[in-house]
Write a new protein. Structure first.
Length: 292
């Protein structure tokens, strides 16, 4: 299948349904991958093993929009069938992985290498990656969507307002990143950070291109810091920030607000590794005492 129908689908989502370009691009890319998986029955991508349930649900949502846009009644019927709904509830799908936060030595080593780029091109690297580390920002859904006018307001109010997944609003403490925000404002001609990070990409692909640039630079700096690149990725800094804040404040609600979670249940998954470690330490101490 050529790219034309996928591009027309994207135009429909943006023009008719009013979706943001990023969301529309995600739907388009999911549908394209489904057809690459099985040209005749794209819904079969939902049967792939080891898919997380939320990923499977995202494919189904994209294919449903596609089916309704293209009047593909047979595909829509299949996606709404009991067998597919059962797939979405399949507990044999890969469970959420417990991500171990980086230790303080690794974080400081990464920041030390990053600081060498403070006055070097590309000038977005130093402020953007420091914001990812300090605030646990998602590189794609959070960082690349930060608006210049929000940064300007943050310099006055001390609160950085961002718009994240599903256009949810979130406020972050600008006092932690004042130097980084000031550096970003010195760069001209950007409305959203993705404009600054990937100015050469098209408007539709710019957010994804910006995310890829941030991801590549994260790997590059990790290697320079003496950390295996496959052990460092942008989302791991999010887990690290959550772990550090919980250690310092002992307040899961504070962690929830920093990360922008709607439910503390999601935040608890981030802290699962720390809870497991505390259980092990507590129980080990108990048995050590008995042995003594």
């Amino acid at each position: 299948m050529t790219s034309k129908p996928f591009d027309e689908f994207y135009d429909y989502l943006v023009g008719e349904e009013g979706l943001e370009p990023r969301s529309a691009a995600n739907y388009r890319n999911s549908v394209r991958k489904a057809y690459e998986h099985d040209l005749e029955e794209p819904w079969r991508i939902l049967e792939r093993k080891k898919l997380q349930r939320r990923t499977r649900a995202s494919y189904r949502a994209a294919l449903l929009k596609w089916a309704r846009w293209g009047d593909l009644s047979e595909l829509e019927e299949r996606l709404l069938s009991p067998s597919v709904k059962k797939l979405l509830r399949d507990r044999k799908a890969r469970p959420d992985k417990v991500i171990t936060p980086l230790n303080e030595e690794q974080v400081q080593a990464f920041l030390a290498v990053l600081d060498e780029y403070e006055d070097q091109d590309p000038l977005w690297v130093w402020p953007c990656l420091r914001m990812v580390v300090k605030l646990g920002l998602r590189a794609g859904a959070d960082l690349t969507r930060i608006r210049r006018d929000s940064v300007e307001e943050a310099m006055e109010s001390g609160v950085l307002r961002i718009w994240t997944k599903r256009s949810k609003q979130r406020d972050l403490p600008a006092s932690l990143i004042i130097d980084e925000l000031h550096t970003l404002l010195l760069q001209e001609q950007w409305a959203e950070l993705c404009d600054l990070i990937s100015p050469g990409a098209s408007e539709a692909t710019r957010p994804q291109a910006a995310y890829e640039s941030v991801r590549r630079w994260t790997k590059r700096l990790a290697k320079a810091a003496g950390i295996a690149p496959d052990e460092v990725w942008t989302h791991r800094f999010r887990h690290t920030a959550a772990d550090y804040l919980y250690e310092q404040a002992g307040d899961i609600l504070a962690v929830r607000d920093l990360l922008g979670h709607s439910s503390t249940a999601t935040t608890e998954r981030y802290l699962r590794g720390r809870r497991t470690k505390r259980v092990a330490e507590a129980m080990k101490g108990r048995f050590d005492n008995e042995e003594g």
